[in-house]
Structures are given as C-alpha cells and as structure tokens.
Design a protein around this ligand. Structure first.
Ligand code: ADP
Ligand code: MG
Length: 352
C-alpha cells in the first residue's frame, strides 16, 4: 500500500509539510473530528457545510467531493470529517494503491449505502482504475470484465450509492473527465497566522502543554501556513521546554528552541530556501524558467511548482512573471543580501 505510511519522510525534516516517520499516531490524536472543530478554511468549510446539510435533508449521499491543496493543510482530516458529519463509515485508499481496476472493483463492491470512499493522492490513480471510477461515480455501477480475448464478457455490477472524497496536491494533474465528476471542489489555502495560533493552542491543550499567547503566536508565525508543521514545531518546542526549562512555553523558550532546530524566521523549509538561494545566487534573481530552477535544486518541476512556489508567492518572496520566476526584494533580504536596484528605479534613484 502506497499510502502515507510509506511516503513518510525521514525524521530530520522538521519543517517539511509532509508527514514524517512515526507521526501518524500523533496526527490522529490531534485531528479535528467535526466540522465545528476544524479551524480556518472558512470558504471550504461553509461550502462543505451546505453540501452536507442539503444532502442530509434530502436523505441522499452528497455529491462527490474533491479536496485540493498543498500537503499538511487538512485534506485527510476533512475527508474523515465528511464521514463523521454524515454518520457514515469511511473506507480509505490511495491512488497509487489502485494499480489494477480489480483493486478498485473490490473496494467498490464492498461499500454499503451511504459509505464514504476516501482516495488520497487521487491524481496518481492508474488509468484502468480511473476509467472504472467514472461509471461508479456517475451511475453507481461497474463493469467487471470476465475472461480474456474474444470470449471476454463484461458483467455490469450494481454498487451501493456512496460518496467519493478525493484528495490531491495536484489538481492540475487530474484528467478533465475525472475532475468533472466531482460535484464540489474545495480548494484549501495556506492558513493565516491567527488561525495557526488557534491550531497550536488547541493542540497544546490536547497534549497538556502549558503555553502562553506569545509562545503560541511565535510557533504559528514560523509554521509555513501549515497546521501539520505547527503541530510538529509545538512538539519540538515542548521537548526543549521540558528538558532545558520548567516545561512552560513562552516567547523566549519558543525562540531558543526553534533556533536549536534551525527553523527559519519566516517558516521557509529546506526546499523553499534552496529555491530562493538558487534563484538569487545562480540566476541573479531571475527571471528564470521553472524547469531550469527545478534542475538547479534537484527537484521535479511539478514539486517546485505545486509544493514550494505557492508558499513563496504567498510569503511575498517570489513572483511568477511571463518571463519566468523572479526573486523579490524580501527574498534577497531574507538571504542576508542587498537587493539589486530594480530596472524601473534606474536613473535618478540609482544613487539613493
Ligand atoms: N483545520 C485544522 N484544524 C486543526 N488541526 C488541523 C487542521 N488541519 C490540519 N490539522 C492538523 O494537521 C495534521 C495534518 O492534516 P492532514 O489532514 O493530514 O493534512 P493533509 O491530508 O492535507 O496533508 C492533522 O493531523 C491535524 O492535526
Ligand atoms: Mg493527507
């Protein structure tokens, strides 16, 4: 099974938005279980509330739901919340686990009426399974092919009406026909600092960590807009507070702890920093094409584009222009460098 378990990353990536080895249990403890407990994402939450409530009133399973956005923003949590709010059971699988259409047929035929089927990383589903999914989503039916060659027959199989919840970090990689079959798409956004602050306080309460307002604000500010990172930083700061201090998390304790773990002032992670550094040091601040930039940091262009850039753009460090990626003045400053004069400021202002 290629679910989160095996895509977990080595434990040294304190700032990664991807789940780390052994974090799964902790994530379960900290996961909000109802929509009312889910912090932030006001737009998605309100839309989803309407979709669920209307289905509940009509007594039918709601439309299929696609949740799209960078890692660690709460897609899996929301999928589980959808099931909880519907009082339904949830079956969990992932795109890479559905290699053969038969794998999917087995899952589908085991569904009971009203169940939620959660397919994580749905953009990685294999073609034959994807095609089977079209019919299942539309008509609650699959065609199972029996036999091989000219003698093969296709047997239509009814399946119970269900709700598919798909999650993806790359909605652009979904085929049109698959995307069109979702009645509702929730686009998850990075969290504002005050929302992450609430996430940190909530988690501190659950984990019985004493934290003051400034301590939690500091952790929130440096969590890259991502609840998964906020929860991880909270645990690292708690460790420091317990070992080196009296256990209480204050601003000073949070700062000292985050310095030990080499956490960026602005919450940028290793890849974010590598991209900025390449952009500035190797390409004079740009403009440079995303594929060239990706080669320079040894990553896939899609990873740079879909995992790294959205946050850098939001943080005001990187601009996407028609001619390529450009480092902003704050990016230069963040790397401890003086930004070059902008072309439109040349001339009289050059000697400021
Ligand atoms: N809105 C939220 N409120 C509180 N905690 C959250 C929220 N979103 C995510 N989390 C926390 O972040 C962790 C990662 O969320 P998850 O749903 O696994 O993200 P994704 O599936 O998008 O990668 C969860 O275990 C949960 O503790
Ligand atoms: Mg997930």
């Amino acid at each position: 099974m290629h679910d989160e378990e095996v895509t977990e990353h080595p434990a040294d990536e304190t700032l990664s938005a991807l789940p780390q080895l052994g974090e799964r249990e902790m994530e379960t403890t900290l996961r909000p279980s109802r929509l009312s407990e889910f912090i932030g994402q006001p737009r998605v939450r309100e839309q989803l509330e309407l979709v669920l409530e209307s289905a509940r009133r009509r007594g039918v399973p709601p439309d299929h739901v696609l949740l799209s956005g960078p890692p660690g923003l709460g897609k899996t949590s929301l999928a589980m919340i959808v099931a909880a709010e519907l009082d339904a059971s949830i079956r969990i699988t992932s795109g890479p686990a559905l290699e053969r259409a038969g794998d999917l047929a087995a899952m589908l035929s085991n569904l009971a009426e009203g169940d939620v089927l959660f397919i994580d990383e749905i953009h990685r589903i294999a073609r034959p399974a994807e095609e089977m999914l079209y019919l299942a989503m539309e008509d609650f039916r699959v065609d199972v092919v029996v036999g091989k060659g000219p003698g093969a027959t296709s047997i239509p199989l009814e399946i119970a009406p269900f709700t598919l919840v798909g999650a993806t970090t790359r909605s652009g990689a979904l085929t049109g026909p698959l995307r069109d079959r979702f009645g509702f798409t929730g686009q998850m956004e990075f969290y504002a600092d005050h929302e992450l602050d609430q996430v940190v306080r909530r988690s501190a309460k659950i984990l019985d960590i004493e934290i003051d307002a400034e301590g939690s604000a500091e952790i929130a500010r440096r969590s890259r807009g991502t609840p998964r990172i906020a929860n991880r930083l909270l645990r690292r700061v708690r460790d420091y507070a317990e070992v080196r201090e009296d256990g209480k998390v204050t601003l000073a304790v949070a700062r000292a702890a985050l310095a030990v773990y080499d956490v960026d002032e602005l919450g940028l992670d290793r890849l974010d920093r590598a991209v900025l550094s390449a952009l500035v040091h190797s390409f004079g601040g740009g403009p440079v094409g995303v594929s060239t930039l990706a080669v320079a940091v040894g990553e896939e262009p899609t990873t740079v584009e879909e995992v790294c850039e959205p946050y850098l753009v939001r943080a005001g460090m990187l601009a996407r222009t028609p001619r390529g990626r450009v480092a902003t003045a704050s990016a230069w400053e963040h790397l401890g460098l003086r930004p070059p004069p902008r072309p439109d400021q040349a001339g009289p202002t050059l000697f400021d």
